[in-house]
Design a protein around this ligand. Structure first.
Ligand SMILES: [Zn+2]
Length: 964
């Protein structure tokens, strides 16, 4: 039989080996309280654990202590009971009760979620650690910025300090196990008196974020009790809950600019507490994957980190293997390239990101896992049900895609490999308690390692920080200058604030700056690399040079902030930058006020590409606002095409212009150029039910820029008369294909409602439906066609652009897909503007602009060529309706990776196709991606503001141009 089958007697011996004598097996004492194990717990856990090897001597028992509530005392059941999941308020209730009962636990509120739920950190440690939490916070703060310490002083701090080890659960709401497990962990750490737990308690402070996305947690628990609890095998219901958090699903783990309030609250907490290790607990892999930072690795991070990560992962793998737990592995899954994962905030600040993927269940149901056998036959890969819900598939590089796994050499999960010494094989039941056992054994083992070497962890944290300051002095890139006096300073303001958000030090030059790279005006922003977060500054600002085009990456290959923002950022190699006189930017958020000069009853506001232009328009919605169609000058201010002319209430306009950082001049009479009224569109954002995340990012951007809209779903489309209600409908990137946009979630015979009720209060938000399956169908397509033909403007982004092209709404536009060899995990590439006079490009002053490649369709536009004429002798001009195209080829890849860049050569990036009285504007890319590509946002915003002012028409005959 399987070699890991573990005789019961060996189990006891292992327990002794691991943690010394009597690990939770016999009665022990803690101060005055007698600690005995709870027999009811041991019995229940044994019953719920589907095989003996799916447990460990660390978690098969739990102390019972008078006066200190165990999870069961508050929740009514032990952690891991089948068919039991805990709502967030009950989770907080438990931690609060625990904190009230023992001086070893403390709770701190760190903010509020989007839907108003309290965000909390729970600290667990010895009585002394918790009493002196502020002192320990101070020590870590000193190590996090050691510029004021000598090495000897640093050693003194290290001698007194304790590492904070941070865990989060529930970052991904469909991954339901870890938030349950963490409650038991906190209780165990506070109450158990085994040598191991005592060592952890004495040497470390454990900080727990109980649920990273509490809004999504409650929606998922509702959904589980409404549908999931009745499922027998897999997801028979056929759909997951349509929303997790207010805006995003998995992307809360890719929120590189910390847009979501939950992620920002954690970052703010991080910069106060500096935990050297942050560990996110996910569930997806068989049976426990522990992250070790595989290639491609971000080369800016300290090499020490790349030693630490596999050291800890290997310790966990060998310990858990020693306990006989199969399926613990490392390597071969997530890489160390993108800095956008949540716990990466620690690595970005000289600490350590850690991550587990634990085998999940379908909600809290026990479900079958089917794996191959060790000889490689049978089912491959992960068995069991999807645990993350539909619509949860991460975008970008497609982490769910198995080709990535294959390329990474992961092979079958049932196969033994150097990074998987004891694979799980065959077919077995998997329970929520198994998930708890694996997760808790893993984290206790991580804590065992850390508490065995606490001073090494601290010393490494200190050295990595010190190295960050020193490499900044030694490396070629010595700093960055973000020049003042850029045409649009609002994008500079945003960029500075995003860097400040992450704790990066920035100064403003007190005089004109002369460096090898150029001369920059006084007031320019200077980022010197001799600072603790110099590596992070470089990572965010440099062009990403992908190390090996044959390697795939789990998420985006590039994020260069200057390119994404269309802001000028100068990389500086001149070491003089380190000695420049600067005034430090002390604020965490700067504001560069706008200006209004002159007098008069009208105000001209220059459209220099600020995303705030649309906010201004909406703040002045009751005033007459026009857009000029040609450039004009007033004094020494140039007003490009698209600039606003606002009539009346000059004082109020001035206030808004200043707040929004814009440039304006008051006029006594209207400029002598053609103008059109900027009417406000009745705007709808359309979402399918099965893929709401990318829609969520567009909703988020519109909310931030104060653009009102209706979120509409198939229910509204089927009612008809879309034109009566809306002028513009935007279909954000969604679905992946035209068919998915139209037919959406498959109906498996029973309706699936998403509605609020007294029992399920968290459902029915951001849309409501008696049946989310089936999609809008062909009747919905017909309604969209009526909308366009009767004068509506339909705008489609990214993959949603397959919808108008495949369903006949833009008959001349075809959408294809690239070859299998093509691979473009979000590179930044050149795009060429072909119709600079089109309102969509108001505020853009260059012909070629950087855009994020969005992996939408390869568009081509048929012209009126006579198919019988044969091929043309000279290359034809692009079709008139193509507004922007991708030049393609490797030479136009600006940052990151695009494999097969020739496949997109001269492909249309934006097409404006008139249809009936209306038009369809088709974006191949995604101009509103994850609160990142701010430089492209205006292509969408201009479309909205000028919805009824777009006058281009496809020519009657475009010569003999064939498809582009
Ligand atoms: Zn996850």
């Amino acid at each position: 039989m399987s070699q890991w089958r573990r005789p019961a007697r060996l189990l006891a011996v292992l327990a002794l080996l691991v943690v010394g004598s009597g690990a939770g097996i016999i009665a022990q004492s803690t101060g005055n309280k007698a600690v005995v194990d709870d027999p009811d717990f041991a019995r229940a856990v044994k019953e719920w654990t589907t095989r003996p090897e799916f447990s460990s001597p660390l978690v098969d028992h739990l102390p019972k202590v008078a006066g200190i509530p165990s999870p069961k005392d508050v929740l009514g059941h032990h952690i891991g009971e089948p068919k039991k999941l805990t709502y967030y308020s009950d989770t907080l209730k438990y931690y609060r009760a625990l904190a009230a009962a023992t001086p070893r636990v403390k709770m701190q509120t760190i903010g509020k979620s989007n839907e108003g739920r309290e965000l909390a950190i729970v600290y667990v440690g010895s009585d002394e650690s918790i009493r002196n939490l502020e002192t320990y916070r101070g020590y870590l703060g000193q190590l996090a910025d050691p510029r004021k310490l000598t090495d000897a002083q640093a050693q003194e701090v290290i001698a007194k300090a304790k590492p904070i080890y941070f865990f989060s659960g529930g970052l991904h709401s469909g991954e339901v196990g870890p938030p349950e497990m963490l409650m038991e962990l906190a209780y165990r750490l506070a109450t158990e008196d085994s040598p191991l737990i005592k060592q952890i308690r004495d040497q470390l402070i454990v900080a727990i974020l109980p649920v990273a996305d509490p809004d999504g947690r409650d929606r998922n628990v509702d959904w589980y009790y409404k549908y999931g609890i009745n499922e027998t095998e897999g997801r028979t219901t056929g759909a997951g809950v349509p929303y997790w958090g207010k805006y995003v699903f998995h992307d809360d783990n890719r929120d590189i600019n910390y847009s979501q309030v939950e992620m920002k609250a954690l970052l703010d907490w991080y910069l106060q507490w500096h935990p050297p290790i942050m560990h996110d607990l996910h569930q997806a892999q068989t049976l426990l994957y522990t992250f070790s930072g595989q290639a491609p690795q971000n080369p800016n991070l300290d090499p020490i980190l790349y030693g630490e990560l596999p050291a800890m992962a290997n310790f966990e793998m060998s310990q858990m293997t020693k306990y006989g737990m199969p399926g613990v592995w490392t390597h071969g899954f997530v890489d160390m390239w993108s800095p956008g994962y949540l716990a990466f905030m620690s690595s970005n600040h000289n600490g350590m990101i850690r991550m587990y993927e634990i085998q999940g269940t379908s909600g809290a149901n026990t479900t079958k896992v089917r794996l191959g056998n060790p000889n490689g036959t049978g089912a491959n890969g992960v068995g069991g049900p999807a645990t993350t819900g539909r619509g949860g598939a991460p975008s970008g590089a497609g982490p769910g895609a198995d080709p990535a796994a294959a390329a990474a050499g992961r092979g079958s999960q049932a196969t033994r490999d150097w990074f998987r010494p004891l694979p799980a094989t065959g077919e077995f039941d998997w329970s929520l308690r198994n998930n708890t056992n694996y997760g808790e054994t893993g984290v206790l083992t991580a804590l065992q390692y850390t508490s065995s070497f606490p001073k090494i962890i601290l010393e490494n944290f200190y050295i990595k920080t010190k190295n960050s300051i020193e490499t900044g002095r030694k490396e070629t890139v010595a700093g960055y200058v973000i020049p003042s006096g850029q045409r649009d300073m609002t994008r500079v303001e945003r960029l500075i604030n995003l860097l400040r958000l992450q704790g990066i030090e920035i100064g403003r030059a007190t005089a004109e700056v002369k460096l090898q790279e150029g001369t920059f005006p006084a007031g320019s922003f200077v980022i010197k690399r001799d600072q603790p977060y110099s590596r992070l500054a470089k990572t965010l600002l440099e062009k990403q040079v992908y190390p090996d085009p044959n390697l795939r990456t789990y998420d985006d290959a590039s994020w260069t902030m200057g390119l994404m923002s269309h802001a000028e950022v100068k990389e500086i190699t001149d070491k003089k930058v380190l000695d420049l006189a600067v005034e430090p930017v002390k604020e965490t958020e700067i504001h560069l006020a706008g200006t209004l000069t002159g007098t008069g009853s009208m105000v001209a506001v220059a459209h220099n590409g600020s995303n705030n232009m649309i906010t201004l328009r909406y703040r002045l919605k009751d005033l007459k606002v026009q857009a000029v169609e040609k450039e004009f000058k007033q004094g020494d201010v140039t007003f490009p095409a698209g600039s606003f002319v606002v009539s009346g209430e000059t004082a109020r306009v001035k206030g808004e212009v200043e707040k929004l950082g814009l440039t304006a001049v008051a006029l006594s009479s209207a400029p002598q150029v053609a103008m059109h009224d900027l009417d406000l569109p009745k705007l709808a954002i359309y979402s399918i039910w099965g893929n709401t995340q990318e829609v969520g990012w567009v909703r988020y951007a519109l909310d931030r820029f104060e653009v009102p809209y209706d979120l509409i779903l198939k229910e509204r489309v089927k009612k008809g008369d879309l034109k009566g209600a809306y002028d513009v409908i935007v279909l954000p990137n969604q679905g992946g294909s035209g068919k998915r946009v139209v037919f959406d979630i498959e109906n498996r015979g029973q309706p699936i409602a998403y509605k609020k009720s007294d029992e399920f209060k968290n459902l029915g938000m951001y849309g409501e439906s008696d049946d989310i399956t089936g999609g809008m169908g062909l009747e919905g397509v017909a309604e969209f066609e009526k909308f366009v033909k009767s004068g509506g403007l339909l705008v489609t982004l990214g993959a949603a652009s397959f919808f108008p092209t495949e369903f006949g709404l833009a008959p001349k536009v075809d959408a294809a897909r690239p070859s299998q060899q093509f691979y473009a995990p979000g590179p930044i590439i050149d795009a060429e503007i072909l119709k600079p006079e089109h309102p969509i490009f108001y505020g853009y002053d260059r012909k070629t602009v950087p855009v994020r490649y969005g992996n939408g369709p390869l568009l081509s536009v048929q012209t009126n060529a006579n198919p019988f004429e044969g091929p043309p002798l000279t290359p034809p001009p692009p079709a008139q309706s193509i507004l922007m195209r991708y030049p393609g080829g490797d030479e136009h890849v600006l940052s990151g990776l695009m494999r097969g860049a020739n496949e997109i050569r001269n492909r249309a990036a934006i097409v404006d196709e008139p249809s009936g009285k209306g038009r369809v504007i088709i974006f191949a890319g995604n101009p509103c991606y994850r609160w990142q590509n701010f430089g492209e946002f205006n292509m969408l915003f201009n479309t909205l503001l000028n919805f009824n002012d777009i006058k281009t028409e496809a020519p009657k005959s475009a010569g003999t141009a064939p498809a582009q």
